[in-house]
Ligand binder design. Sequence first.
Ligand code: BG6
Length: 487
Amino acid sequence: MTTFVLFGGTGDLAKRKIIPALYSAFVNGRLDANFSFIGVAREALDDADFRQRVLASVSASIEGSSANGGGSTPATLQAFLALTSYCKIDAREAADFEPLKQRIDTSGANAALFYLATGPDLFIPVVQQLAAHELVGDNARVVLEKPLGRDAQSAREINAALRTYLKEKQIYRIDHYLGKEMVQNLLVLRFANSFLEPLWNRKWIQDVQISISEQVGVESRGDFYDHTGALRDMVQNHLLQLLSIVAMEPPVNANPDAIRDEKVKVLRGLHKFTPEEVSKHTVRGQYRAGAIDGKPVISYQAEPGVPAASRTETFVAIRAEIDNWRWAGVPFFLRTGKRMASRSAEITINFKPIPYSIFGTNQRNLRSNRLVISLQPEESVELFLKTKEPGEGIRLSDVALNLDFAEASTSRRVESYERLLLDAMHGDLTLFVRDDELGAAWDWIDPILSAWQGDSEGLKSYISGSWGPAAASYLLAQCGSAWGEEY
Ligand code: BG6
């Protein structure tokens, strides 16, 4: 039996992602027969109130997507609600944990999974209380939502404190990008095909671009976001995780630790910036008012919960380098931003140009070969080749060999949160972040954070609906490259 206990049960993430993911797993028959779900938060709600919220969150997600709705009926919804209950807990009040203890059966093989969808400041108090109430025995697992700390030191303090109560194999640090279908496909693409490996290095690759652009602003999370910023919210975790998978050496097998051993080596190999390099190799921006798909949107500083003089970044672009034999000298351009022209998450591998063109230099589209792996909105892998345009003479054109996964497979698409929650319930750590990975990622981020702190002038503004500050294009132009949309 699994009891799923969700701290932060009334929060935004619970509402938008976690509860719909649990429901989808339920509808698809993926949960244990004796599964039960307990929402936990500080609000004074009873079971019926919480079920109402669960109902609203599930209904909204069914309306918004076909995937979660598949198989849902009024009866399945009622059955799910019947497994749902609520516990009001203030994490710093020991007595509040008593009623929770009464509801959780920790005997035999029964497992409780505690999902901490709260701020990192509550991780230690919650786990301390769970331990004091004997709720984190060998079968218990704890899932931690990002951000895990604010910098390297706070992340290490959290890890060290949690390890007094839990073994590393009981700690599931979630990064929902690792649950995306194409991210796992990237491992297969790299390590189950023979033709890419000989090209996958500094000899053949000019640069790598990893870009996650969003059209949404900070939505209802202004206060949280303003204390976090894009570097901590997206780069420290999602972008660095993608980078580590693109750049890692072949692991000895596909076991969680073999993969994570290789990822951590990449993160440790990232060249740490001096303050001068931070100003040369990073760009940060904040969105101003503008329009998204023709609809006017307000500036970041006018968002609810955001101070009018906020200097928090909503856009980051970085030129990173990995100091190792495979990658020395190859720029890895990372970019993420809110309120950008379109929503996409893409990895582009730009191969080096041919040494010499026998077709002359005045051909159109002389951009060299590239491999584009799209995670969203569509899942695809495109390999751009030069071919001859039909007709007289020789005119080159760029043509994509395109593998569109929506067309290639009709299997049910599993949302990343659903996949990761099921993995955590089944004890599979492959797609979760190990403590040393987290530490290495923060070690690289820290010098950027400190350099930015001392330089409030460095924040540029950009118009909502654009591709970010112009300086982000210059970062690539200096290396003879350009972002995908600029070609
Ligand atoms: C979250 C960030 O981790 O990822 C959000 O906190 C961001 O700010 C979200 O919007 C993006 O995720 P996705 O899956 O929609 O690209």
